[in-house]
Design a protein around this ligand. Structure first.
Ligand SMILES: [Zn+2]
Length: 94
């Protein structure tokens, strides 16, 4: 079973609680609790001297080309369903 972001958030809170009990100041940045899926990618072309990758949306199957640097920044919207492909190899629904 793959832990959901909700599970991860719960674990983070528990861990932070232990640190707080020990007197440390801990801030938890929870992960978004939207559904994410791992996308598949293959190498794209080098355009204008920059690397691109081709991402296949795990939700709707539409393929989109993205610059690696833009993925690392704000992510890339799927033109098919509007989900967002992120630098971490995962696509966030909605
Ligand atoms: Zn899509």
């Amino acid at each position: 079973m793959t832990p959901t972001n909700k599970d991860v958030n719960k674990a983070l809170e528990l861990l932070a609680g232990e640190f707080r009990a020990a007197g440390a100041q801990v801030t938890v940045n929870p992960l978004p609790e939207k559904e994410t899926r791992r996308f598949t990618q293959r190498d794209g072309i080098h355009r204008m001297g920059r690397s691109t990758i081709l991402i296949t949306c795990p939700f709707c199957g539409v393929e989109v080309e993205a610059f690696v640097w833009s993925l690392a920044g704000s992510g890339k919207r799927c033109p098919g369903c509007g989900a967002k492909h992120t630098y971490f190899g995962r696509t966030v629904k909605g």
